[in-house]
Design a protein around this ligand. Sequence first.
Ligand SMILES: [Cu+2]
Length: 133
Amino acid sequence: MRGSVGFICLALALAIPTSAFSSEIETESITVDIRGRAFIPNRVLLRHNQGIVLRFRNLDTELHSVVVKDLFFNADLNVGGNGAQEFGPEGLKRVIVPPDGLIEFRLTPARTGTFSYLCDMPGHDMKAVIVVE
Ligand SMILES: [Cu+2]
């Protein structure tokens, strides 16, 4: 019996095409698509003090960036995926997402509020918000 439970767990783990295993399987996730120089949706809602996986998928054929300094300040944060992270004196400054790229922020928002973020690539007018309640 114990063996078959183990097998089912292994089968489930193999069926999940991300790097999320064991303890992180139950973490909620939200995916923001970047398409046509826009963040879709342009508003996401996170829960205060509740762990979340926030993903950004770049569906365009050009580089984009995600600049979210205010939200990440004081947050418990892990960054994954194939983006290029850039750091400043206050920590993570932005992450550049390649075409067809995916970045993943595992965080626990420590502050409530409305946090705007943007893509700061030249000529891109891309803004959106993350609301923490
Ligand atoms: Cu952009």
